[in-house]
Design a protein around this ligand. Structure first.
Ligand code: SF4
Length: 239
């Protein structure tokens, strides 16, 4: 299930250069304006069932709701709207809301008053692409009260030592960059993160090879349709 309460985004770090949504070759290139969407209230929209004479939520209970995948939940232009978005999230404890962000440093801004240690029904993923960004974002990420947190290492642009930052992380996903100008992803970087996760007892996933995978010193160009399949076939995930 998907919820896009607002849309639009713009570059915030190196990982955004070839953004799937707003990068130079994307359909939405240039649509950087942040706008509230018609789906803003989607999680609390209801439908009347005349036969059963009941009103129920359109979003079925028990599902994960991928939130703000075409924008960033913490983008500053949405500060006002986010307060209401938190309220919507709170009204649906039967759904699990999941978003990833490149703006975790904005987490403390416009948090709901009753956030406390975090909402049970929210998982936040912090994105990191190289060591410099990891060393900036992850100490902040780990210092915030969040009930469920994951790391999304993608597009992976360099070797990263995550060892100091793996406590309390529910899983780590990794992947290379897609697109015409994709930067290469070295399989050794993926394996290094895998080893760190293994040592820390944290589940690990290799989600996508990206468009240019360096493996055994050979760089292979990979069709977008095959990037998930090839990553999966390498069979290195740790569950
Ligand atoms: S934060 Fe995400 S959606 Fe926004 S420009 Fe960067 S990669 Fe694209």
């Amino acid at each position: 299930m998907v919820w896009e309460p607002w849309t639009g985004c713009y570059k915030v770090s190196d990982g955004c250069t070839n953004c799937y949504y707003y990068g130079p070759y994307s359909k939405r290139c240039g649509q950087n304006e942040i706008v509230k969407t018609d789906d803003f209230y989607k999680p609390i929209e209801t439908i009347y069932m005349p036969r059963k004479k009941i009103t129920k939520y359109k979003m079925e209970s028990g599902k994960t709701v991928n939130t703000c995948f075409t924008t960033d939940f913490f983008i500053s232009e949405a500060d006002e709207w986010r307060i209401e978005a938190w309220n919507i999230i709170k009204q649906r404890p039967d759904l699990h809301f999941f978003f990833i962000t490149k703006r975790i440093d904005r987490f403390p801004i416009s948090l709901p008053n009753d956030w406390g240690d975090g909402y049970d029904n929210v998982t936040i993923g912090c994105t990191v692409e190289h060591q410099e960004i990891a060393d900036y974002r992850l100490p902040l990420f780990l210092s915030y009260p969040i009930k469920h947190r994951i790391l999304a290492c993608g597009p992976l642009l360099g070797d990263i030592n995550l060892t100091p930052y793996l406590h309390g992380i529910e899983y780590v996903s990794t992947g290379g960059e897609s697109g015409r100008d994709a930067r290469e992803c070295d399989f050794n970087w993926i394996l290094n993160i895998r080893e760190q996760c293994k040592n820390a007892g944290v589940p690990f996933e290799f989600r996508s090879t990206g468009s240019l995978l360096r493996k055994d010193d050979v760089i292979t160009k990979i069709n977008p349709k095959m990037q998930h399949r090839i990553a999966s076939d390498l069979n290195i995930n740790i569950i």
